[in-house]
Ligand binder design. Structure first.
Ligand SMILES: [Ca+2]
Ligand SMILES: [Ca+2]
Length: 375
């Protein structure tokens, strides 16, 4: 009855050893596969990060050049700035400093029109600009003419600005929008692409030919099909542009004091603080009158002795590997939301609890740029 015989202890031990060897071999194979697969994934992700950093670095240089050109352009003087708002209330005279102040205001607006960061479609109001009717579509944005008679009447505007007075950057953007409106594609526009579309028009050699110096063509695409190209990162997400990223914290814009003073004072375009000089602006019941919220956000802290013009640097930012910007929230700094929530409302994700910390892997031009520090 050999078949019914129990295996000897030695045979059982041999089987057990074989089993252990098989299991160990399987573990080794699985581990090698996981390591290899994971390693490849990590390498690919690192390559995408480096590619996006290169793109942002190129964009930073291009935006810097455009910013310099716009802020020094002679066309700033044709903007309809109301000189009476530069009236020195101490002696009712138009002083030399008042004239310089009006020039600063005009230059400030030229930069905004040359480097538009955002536009809205439909009946949404947008700051102090008059909406443009392009075909059947109404468009609002920084590139539109200034209008003292609109619902958001501009307190520093003497008269309505004509289309012919717009600087070249604004003219170019309007021409592209008009073409998209005529083609009927503008109706497809998705708001989360607007900042990437503005960035493209700012830095493109010629928006008609679709090239940007130093940017691969594969990073130019029209993801919403509205006829306006966007610059996208290595994960195909739009790279956003903020001309004056109030509330953004970085090595260039370090937090200073308690919120809501997240950036150092002294605007790039108004280093002497002429626009925020209390001689020219009044203090209302809610604090200092806001002169120009976009470029010169002024604190409304009642205990401040004088308003600040913050030093803000143009921001170019990718959402990074996770595809989420997470810029709207800072749980340790609730006042960050107060001002920035309206400025950042057009972000792709309107802000949910799942986005807390999502900005940790973002890639931006503030981190490594050395161009702006000397400004
Ligand atoms: Ca588009
Ligand atoms: Ca992110």
């Amino acid at each position: 009855m050999a078949l019914l015989r129990q295996p000897s202890p030695k045979a059982r031990q041999a089987v057990t050893l074989v089993e252990i060897l098989v299991v160990m071999a399987l573990i080794a194979i699985v581990a090698a596969f996981v390591l290899r697969f994971g390693g490849v994934t990590q390498l690919a992700e690192r390559a995408k990060i480096r590619a996006t950093q290169r793109i942002i670095s190129v964009l930073d240089q291009l935006v810097y050049q455009k910013f310099q050109q716009a802020s020094r352009g002679s066309r700033a003087r044709v903007l309809p700035v109301d000189m009476s708002l530069s009236l020195d209330r101490s002696d009712c005279s138009y002083s030399e400093s008042a004239r310089r102040r009006a020039t600063v205001v005009a230059r400030l607006r030229t930069v905004r029109q040359e480097l538009p960061e955002l536009f809205l479609i439909g009946n949404q109001q947008y700051r102090y600009h008059s909406p443009l009717q392009l075909g059947s579509v109404w468009v609002n944005g920084d590139f539109a003419p200034l209008d003292p008679g609109s619902a958001l009447s501009d307190p520093m505007c003497r008269r309505a600005q004509s289309r012919a007075e717009l600087p070249p950057g604004a003219q170019r953007f309007i021409a592209i929008l008009e073409r998209a409106a005529t083609n009927g594609t503008l109706a497809n526009h998705q708001p989360e692409t607007a900042r990437a579309e503005c960035l493209y028009v700012i830095v493109a050699d010629d928006p008609e030919t679709g090239t940007v110096p130093g940017i691969p063509d594969s990073n130019l695409r029209d993801s919403d099909g509205d006829g306006l190209l966007e610059i996208v990162d290595a994960w195909d997400n739009p790279i956003l542009f903020f001309l004056c990223p109030y509330g953004y914290r970085s090595s260039l814009q370090p937090a200073k004091g308690k919120p809501p003073v997240p950036t150092v004072s002294g605007s790039l375009l108004d280093p002497a603080g002429l626009v925020t000089d209390p001689v020219y602006i009044t203090r209302g019941p809610g604090g200092w009158q806001v002169v120009d919220e976009a470029l010169f956000p002024i604190t409304l802290w009642p205990n401040r002795q004088r308003p600040f013009a913050y030093r803000l640097y143009p921001l170019i930012v990718s959402a990074g590997p996770d595809g989420l910007f997470g810029l709207m929230r800072d749980p340790n700094d609730p006042s960050y939301f107060d001002r920035s929530a309206t400025r950042l409302r057009d972000l792709p994700s309107p802000g949910t609890s799942s986005e807390v910390g999502a900005d940790a892997d973002n890639l931006d031009n503030h981190t490594a740029s050395t161009l702006w520090e000397a400004q």
